[in-house]
Design a protein around this ligand. Structure first.
Ligand code: ADP
Ligand code: MG
Length: 675
């Protein structure tokens, strides 16, 4: 503090009594002089009062915790400044009095200063102007300034009163930032967040909660948390709510009913939060329905995979056995006369084994171990070709409608397998409409985007051709729907259903890189939708058209390699009977030895694909270097990546499907040697 004597001597009002001039004139009578005396007394009293009020103002000015300055209107020179004001700026009063604010560089923002001056000129005063001031050390502070005109010693002045709001502004700013952070965390969360009070009324909800539930914020704020869980028990929810309010953290899964009535699986976490000391329930909810869907679909796919592996293994072994049974039966049949009764017995055996072959081939189809010979084809044309046959299949009570989009894209699939799919689905539809009905077979382009694959997470987005087969028959409930693709699952009476129709379809679709979906409700009918990847290329007209007829006899030498003795003996017998010389080997190593030791020409190697030791593929490669020009024919009961890639046959490889017939073996051998 400065000493009182440092203060300049001054008076805040004009000096002297306004009546002195009157007394000086001496023109008064007695009456007047007594009134004058009274006036002088009053004048003295006024002067005393004035000094008193000056004194008070002075004290107020200097003792005030507000920032006070007095500046001239004329040039803005500081006439007086209180200690609070000077010390805030880091100055002494002496350093400031007599100077102009601009000399000291007091106002940091030139624009603010101009605005203040303009306002003072226009209105003669300012009120609560926010001004940035610079202290002696260069620090910036913010003050709220008001200024009013006063007259001091006939000089027009402004009395400026300010308060320092720097700290308040800092606090405001940090509060604003905190709020912005909180809002960003709350609103920016991808999980729905709800805050509900003691009575479970929702008091806050973020954008994700609105998206999850389909309700607007205003709607949610009028609801209770339990309104979103229509599937849950209200009493249970109330108990849960109390437990959370008592401080328990609760996590789990629930079903949320959205505004449009959909039920979605949601994962949630509840916990108590205290807001200004009041307990609330803080809930985080996340939509997990697509994850659950994916899990279910994965589980289903894994189940089918496991059953497929089992079925495929059985079918493989059966094929070898059936080759033998069928082959020898055929050989025996040739030896009997048409009228021989034993011939009829043999024909029964042949028929039964033929049925067994078709069963195993369906199992192989399901386990995706079939050999596919895909072509670029038009699904619509394929359906049109089948329509006469399909009409015969469904009978007169069922109406058949076939539809194909005009600019239908092409797919890469085995035409025989496509027929199989359409037939199996048609037969099922017919069985589902014993009283007659409508069967619609439709082929259309489908372009799946991000949204449409959300409900079918296993599928990639992109162009497809979809085959839809719909009936208005008995339909299926969820329990049946979940099992229909399992082999041997049937709801049909014994002798009517094998339970292999849909598993075959499933296997073919999967092996063709497609996807199958079923939509069905009891009593409402069924739609199967099969998506095949759409391909760009044009139809290859040349493919599969050249067919050369061969005589199936020959005199060439064939190296026969097969680990299954009975199959080998059968094949050998068939070939020998047609005039071929047959060299036999039980595995690849033996075959190589035979090939090295044999002096003559070997025209063809006929080999199994899967054998102990070296595989058929490796054997052929070695033989080709040992005996250049040797031809090769593979035989197998199922696909193997050694010769076919995912069941798709390489067109350069000759292949014979097991179980073979006498005819098919003889034909194929002749065809390969001739080629
Ligand atoms: P199957 O026809 O020999 O019973 P599938 O594998 O073809 O074997 O079908 C399995 C089961 O799926 C059927 O028994 C039936 O319960 C059900 N199903 C298949 N297609 C339909 C359909 N279009 N409508 C109703 N149920 C069907
Ligand atoms: Mg069927």
């Amino acid at each position: 503090m400065l000493a009182a004597t440092d203060r300049p001597i001054r008076s805040y009002a004009g000096s002297g009594c306004p009546f002195t001039n009157l007394r000086g004139k001496q023109v008064l009578n007695e009456d007047s002089s007594s009134r004058l005396a009274e006036l002088e007394k009053r004048c003295e009293q006024l002067e005393k009062n004035l000094r008193l009020s000056e004194d008070r103002f002075d004290k107020l000015f200097h003792a005030s915790s507000h920032l006070m300055t007095i500046t001239t209107v004329k040039d803005g020179r500081i006439i007086d400044i209180n200690e609070t004001s000077a010390s805030l700026g880091g100055f002494t009063r002496k350093e400031m009095i007599g100077r102009v604010s601009s000399e000291i560089g007091l106002f940091a923002d030139a624009k603010q200063r101009e605005r203040m001056i303009r306002k003072l000129q226009e209105d003669g005063r300012v009120h609560n102007l926010e001004m940035k001031v610079r202290t002696k050390t260069g620090e910036l502070r913010t003050v709220l300034l008001s200024a009013d005109p006063i007259t001091l010693k006939d000089e027009e002045c402004f009395l400026g009163i300010s308060i320092d709001i720097t700290e308040r502004k800092k606090a405001d700013e940090s509060l604003r930032q905190t709020l912005a952070w909180q809002a960003a965390i709350f609103e920016g969360s991808r999980d729905g967040i709800l805050i509900s009070d003691k009575s479970a009324k929702i008091v806050a909800a973020n954008a994700a909660a609105c998206e999850l539930t389909g309700y607007s914020k205003q709607e949610l704020l009028k609801m209770r948390a339990s309104d979103l869980q229509t599937e849950a028990d209200l009493t249970e929810l109330a108990v849960l709510h109390d437990r959370i309010l008592a401080g328990e953290d609760i996590q789990g899964e629930t079903i949320i009913t959205t505004k449009d009535g959909r039920c979605i699986d949601a994962e949630f976490g509840h916990q108590r939060v205290l807001i200004s000391g009041v307990p609330y329930v803080h809930t985080i909810a996340r939509d997990v329905s697509s994850r659950k869907l994916l899990e279910a679909q994965l589980l289903q796919a894994q189940k089918m995979e496991a059953i497929g592996a089992l079925a495929g293994g059985v079918a493989h072994d059966f094929n070898n056995l059936l080759s033998v049974i069928k082959g020898y039966t055929e050989l025996l049949l040739d030896g009997f006369d048409q009228n021989d009764s034993r011939r009829q017995d043999l024909e029964q055996i042949e028929k039964a084994s033929q049925r067994a072959v078709s069963l195993t081939s369906q199992l192989l189809a399901f386990s995706r171990k079939q050999i596919l010979q895909p072509e670029i084809l038009n699904l619509g044309a394929a359906i049109a070709e089948m329509s006469t046959m399909l009409r015969r299949l469904i009978g007169e009570d069922v109406e058949l409608i076939t539809l194909a989009e005009p600019n239908l894209g092409l797919i890469n699939a085995d035409p025989g397998q496509i027929q199989q799919i359409v037939m199996n689905l048609t037969v099922n539809a017919r069985d589902a409409m014993p009283q007659g009905g409508k069967l619609i077979i439709e082929a259309a382009n489908a372009d799946l985007d991000e949204r449409s694959v959300r409900t079918r997470p296993m599928m990639g987005k992109g162009p497809y051709v979809v085959l839809a087969i719909s009936d208005n028959g008995i339909g299926m409930d969820a329990a049946i729907r979940s099992r229909i693709f399992e082999p041997f699952f049937t709801t049909k009476e014994k002798g009517k259903g094998t339970g292999l129709g849909l598993s075959t379809v499933y296997g073919i679709v999967k092996q063709s890189n497609g996807f199958i979906w079923v939509y069905s409700e009891p009593g409402k009918g069924t739609t199967f939708k099969i998506y095949f990847p759409r391909v760009r290329s044009e139809v290859n007209q040349a493919a599969g058209t050249k067919k050369i007829k061969h005589e199936d006899e020959g005199s060439e030498t064939v190296l026969l390699v097969e680990d299954e003795t009975s199959v080998r003996a059968l094949a050998s017998r068939i070939l020998c009977e047609r005039g071929y010389s047959v060299l036999q080997a039980g595995d690849g190593v033996e075959a190589l030895r035979v090939a090295r030791d044999f002096n003559g020409e070997i025209d063809l190697v006929l080999t199994d694909v899967v054998m102990p030791g070296i595989s058929g593929r490796t054997l052929v490669a070695r033989l080709e270097s040992l005996r250049p020009g040797i031809k090769s024919l593979y035989m197998s009961g199922y696909t193997d990546t050694a010769i076919v890639d995912h069941g798709i046959l390489d067109s350069k490889v000759a292949f014979l499907q097991k179980p073979f017939t006498v005819q098919s073996l003889a034909h194929k051998v002749r065809e390969v040697i001739n080629a």
